[in-house]
Ligand binder design. Structure first.
Ligand code: SF4
Ligand code: SF4
Ligand code: FES
Length: 387
C-alpha cells in the first residue's frame, strides 16, 4: 500500500460555480488503477465526485480521462506509474523529485457535463455516425453469412479493435483548432469499412472524406492520437491509409491535400529536406519539379499564400528561391542526399508501409495472418496484440 494525492478537476454545473481543482488523499497498492483511486475518493470522501466507468478492464471504453495531461483510460493506468510520471514531469521543470500530485481532468475537445464526465455525443458519436459506420454491401444480402478470405480482413483488424473511448479525440491537436474536424476515432472507423472487401461504396466513402474540408486532409500527422489510444488502433495510421487509398483511386480533393502530400514526397526525394518554395507550386500546380503548370485556381492559391512565402524566405525555409540570401543552405552536406534516395529505393523495393500495423516485407503479411488465425501460438500463449 502507498499514499497518493490525486488532484481532480471538478465542475458541478448545479452549483453555478466555475470549474476548480480539489485534492484527495488515497491509499492503494501501486499496481491498482487511477480509476480505483477515484472510486476510493468517491467512496470515502465525496460521493458527488462524478466519474464514468463500467468494466474496469479496458474493454468498455467508459473511463476516458486525462491523467497528468495525457489522455487515456483511468482503469488501464496504474496509479504507481501515474505517480512516476507526475514526479518526472515536476522534476523536469525544477520541482520536487517525488511526492507530487497526480492530476486528473476530463477529456479534452468535449464539453464537460460534470467533473470527469464529458458529453461524448456532440463530439464523438455524432462524428462516428457521420462516416456511415456500417457495411454497405454489394447487391442483395446472401442467405447466410458473407464469406471472405481471412487475409483480406487483416488490413482492418487494427481499426476493429477500437473501444470508442474517445481518448484519441481528447488528444487531437487538429480538433483543438478545428472542432469540425471529423477526427481520429471516426476516421479510423471509416477505414474499417473502406478496407472491408465486402463494402461496395469504397470510392464514394473516399470521395466524401477527401472532399470534406474537415476530412482526411485536416489531420496534421502529429501522432498524439497514436500515443493516446489504449488499444493500439493508431488512428493516424488509419487516416494515412485512407489518404493512400484516395490517391490510388485518383480522387482529386478540392483542398489539394493529395497533391500537397505528394509534393512532400517528391521534394524530399529530390532535395533531402523540405523546400517550401517548391512545396507551394507542387501542391497547387503539380508538375515537373521547378516548372510551374499554373491553373487559375493554382495562381489564386499561390497569390493568397504570398504572406506565407515572405515569412518562408525570411526564415530560410524557402531555400531555392533566395539563393543570394547568406546563411541559407541549398544542398545537404556530404552524401546525405544519396542516403535519402537509398531510403526511398528501399521502401519502394520492399513495399514498406511506415508507421503502420503491417510492417516489413510483403511476405511478412502472410505471417501476420497466421498469427491472427492462431493466436494461441503467440508468445506467452496470449493473443497477439493489435498494436
Ligand atoms: S495525428 Fe491527426 S488525427 Fe491524430 S491527433 Fe494528430 S491531428 Fe489528430
Ligand atoms: S481509436 Fe483508440 S483512442 Fe480512439 S476511440 Fe478507439 S480505442 Fe479509443
Ligand atoms: S471502465 Fe471500462 S474501459 Fe475503463
Amino acid at each position: 500500500m502507498a499514499d497518493y494525492t490525486i488532484k481532480v478537476r471538478r465542475y458541478q454545473p448545479e452549483s453555478g460555480k466555475p470549474a476548480y481543482w480539489e485534492e484527495f488523499g488515497v491509499e492503494l497498492d501501486p499496481s491498482l488503477s487511477v480509476l480505483d483511486g477515484l472510486l476510493q475518493a468517491k467512496d470515502r470522501d465525496d460521493g458527488s465526485l462524478a466519474v464514468r466507468c463500467s468494466c474496469r478492464a479496458a474493454i468498455c471504453g467508459s473511463c476516458g480521462m486525462k491523467i497528468n495531461g495525457q489522455s487515456g483510460l483511468g482503469c488501464q493506468t496504474q496509479i504507481g506509474e501515474a505517480q512516476e510520471l507526475a514526479d518526472k514531469k515536476a522534476a523536469a521543470v525544477g520541482g520536487a523529485a517525488e511526492g507530487n500530485v497526480i492530476t486528473i481532468e476530463p477529456m479534452g475537445n468535449m464539453p464537460v457535463i460534470k467533473d470527469l464526465v464529458t458529453d461524448m455525443e456532440s463530439t464523438h458519436w455524432t462524428k462516428i455516425r457521420r462516416v456511415t459506420p456500417w457495411l454497405l454491401p454489394y447487391g442483395e444480402p446472401p442467405e447466410r453469412e458473407y464469406i471472405v478470405e481471412p487475409e483480406s480482413m487483416v488490413d482492418i483488424t487494427q481499426s476493429m479493435a477500437c473501444i470508442q473511448c474517445g481518448a484519441c479525440v481528447s488528444s487531437c491537436l487538429s480538433m483543438e483548432v478545428d472542432p469540425l474536424f471529423i477526427g481520429p476515432a471516426a476516421l479510423a472507423k471509416a477505414y474499417r469499412f473502406v478496407g472491408d472487401p465486402r463494402d461496395a461504396e469504397t470510392t464514394e466513402r473516399l470521395t466524401d472524406l477527401a472532399h470534406d474540408p474537415h476530412g482526411i486532409y485536416d489531420c496534421t500527422h502529429c501522432f498524439s492520437c497514436v500515443d493516446a489510444c489504449p488499444k493500439g488502433v493508431a488512428p493516424m495510421d488509419q487516416i494515412m491509409r485512407l489518404r493512400r487509398k484516395a490517391g490510388e483511386n485518383g480522387i482529386e480533393d478540392p483542398n489539394s491535400g493529395h497533391s500537397h502530400e505528394m509534393a512532400f514526397v517528391k521534394i524530399i526525394e529530390k532535395k533531402g529536406t523540405l523546400d517550401e518554395s517548391l512545396l507551394l507550386q507542387e501542391s497547387f500546380a503539380p508538375g515537373v519539379l521547378g516548372k510551374l503548370l499554373p491553373t487559375k485556381r493554382a495562381i489564386k492559391e499561390m497569390i493568397g499564400s504570398l504572406p506565407t512565402a515572405v515569412r518562408g524566405i525570411k526564415t530560410g525555409k524557402m531555400r531555392s528561391l533566395p539563393k543570394l540570401i547568406p546563411g541559407v543552405h541549398h544542398k545537404l552536406p556530404g552524401n546525405a542526399q544519396d542516403e535519402v534516395k537509398a531510403i526511398y529505393k528501399h521502401a519502394e523495393e520492399h513495399n514498406e508501409e511506415f508507421n503502420l500495423y503491417i510492417k516489413g516485407e510483403e511476405g511478412d503479411e502472410e505471417a501476420a495472418v497466421e498469427e491472427r488465425l492462431e493466436p494461441a501460438a503467440a508468445p506467452g500463449g496470449e493473443e497477439a496484440s493489435n498494436g
